[in-house]
Write a protein that binds this ligand. Structure first.
Ligand code: SAM
Length: 326
């Protein structure tokens, strides 16, 4: 999965941006328009104020992709005069995406890893939209007693073979209930390694992750017998990750109980876990007051975007927000 998505030359995200959006393979809250970034900017500004408005501070975005979310957040903070002392940074391991981002956002620090900030930690707001679901995961299956994992055979590249669990998977599986034979699901083993350098770049602050997923009881529910792995290509969902590797997205839902454990292990304390709808509605309340009574087309369009982001039938309950204090 790591190679299929992130090989710098052949991986799905290794090519220039274009995967996300109506003209790409799937949409995210960012594709709904600039409102998502504007509301996140208000949330970040209120954290910065609560933190005593540190003179130098940093926003670290992961998974910035075409950088439109970064652009929306920066311009909103400027408009709210909440950008004093801000250093905006993007963590982008993929050279082609980084090249595009540098062109679009010349004032932003674009670095391969958060280790670049280890010698200069700052009060920081670290975040990512739909990044955790894109981190590689293992597909595992119960034989009724133990778990085995799916792998790609070396000599028969077109077929999956089942293997005994590797050590990383064995440790994570220790947290799962025993399931009936044939029960298939996913686990993510690399989240702590992903979070650790981000946490090391922070001199206190917040981390916020928005994604689709469930707490453990719901994720590993008896009825969810085939897991949540999906592929996406041109807005069509599939279930075979070996169908055109490098040309399709591969994803699985986030186990938020595991994410909370991983945040805890890297020094964070979860202070928020709620649906995107209720989170954005609270953040938006001053903005909604500003909009009251306006009937122009721009306002109507923005209110439609707000509905899409927050209504339970749209994106409001599909996505959850987990925020941790560091
Ligand atoms: C599903 S896309 C989401 C893009 C964007 N945040 C949005 O909401 O439209 C996932 C993004 O996460 C990025 N990503 C995955 N692993 C990463 C990592 N370890 N560090 C930084 N970015 C990563 C991918 O390159 C991709 O751009």
């Amino acid at each position: 999965m790591a190679a299929a998505l992130y090989d710098p030359a052949e991986g799905y995200y290794g090519r220039p941006a274009g995967q996300v959006g109506k003209a790409g393979d799937f949409i995210t809250s960012v594709s709904v328009g600039p409102l998502f970034g504007r509301l996140l900017a208000r949330h970040i500004a209120s954290w910065h104020q609560q933190a005593g408005s540190p003179e130098r501070w940093r926003i670290i975005e992961t998974g910035a992709n075409d950088s439109s979310l970064a652009g929306d957040i920066i311009s909103t903070l400027e408009r709210l005069s909440a950008d004093a002392g801000l250093e905006y940074a993007i963590i982008e391991p993929l050279p082609r995406l980084a090249q595009d981002q540098r062109k679009r956002l010349p004032g932003v620090a674009i670095v391969e890893s958060a280790e670049a900030f280890a010698g200069d930690p700052l009060p920081s707001f670290v975040f990512g939209n739909e990044v955790i679901d894109a981190l590689p995961f293992h597909v595992i299956e119960s034989d009724g007693i133990a778990w085995i994992e799916q792998g790609v055979t070396v000599d028969d590249a077109g077929a999956f073979a089942w293997h005994p669990l590797g050590p990383a998977a064995a440790e994570v599986v220790g947290n799962l209930p025993v399931m009936p034979a044939g029960y298939r699901t996913e686990i993510r083993c690399g989240v702590r390694d992903f979070l650790r350098p981000l946490a090391a770049a922070m001199a206190g602050g917040r981390m916020l992750w928005i994604d689709y997923g469930f707490p453990q009881d719901d994720y590993y529910h008896e009825a969810r017998t085939t897991g949540t792995l999906r592929t996406f290509s041109r807005h069509r969902a599939g279930e075979d990750p070996l169908d055109s590797p490098g040309e399709i997205d591969i994803t699985a839902h986030v186990d938020f109980t595991a994410l909370a454990r991983d945040l805890d292990a890297t020094g964070g304390q979860v202070v928020r876990f709620e649906p995107q709808g209720s989170f954005l509605t609270r953040v938006a309340s001053p903005w909604l007051l500003e909009m009251e009574g306006r009937t122009d087309d721009t306002t109507k369009k923005e209110l439609r975007a707000f509905q899409t982001l927050t209504h339970p039938g749209h994106l409001g309950s599909r996505f959850h927000v987990m925020e941790a204090a560091f």
